[in-house]
Design a binder for this molecule. Sequence first.
Ligand SMILES: [Zn+2]
Length: 95
Amino acid sequence: MKNCPSCGHERSQTETRCPVCGAFYPTLAELLAEEEAYELAHSWRGRWQKIWGATDKKQAVSAVIKQFWADLSLQGKFSLLVIFVFVFALIVTVL
Ligand SMILES: [Zn+2]
């Protein structure tokens, strides 16, 4: 991170605190933990763990699907829709 996360002031490698706004810079360990948490929340392994560990599995699955849909870009949603339509058309023509 090259800038202060709170005010955007350019930070120097030796400072642990922003001289402008006084905010503490996140340490490498904090950044890694943050990244790991993000990775866990946005990977299939993390999602599976969340479902597996939940007592209410049905609610956990719907929460994961909702988050997956929210993470998906418009292009991603569109291509998913195209795949569904294609598969549906394939099934209809075979039947
Ligand atoms: Zn600052």
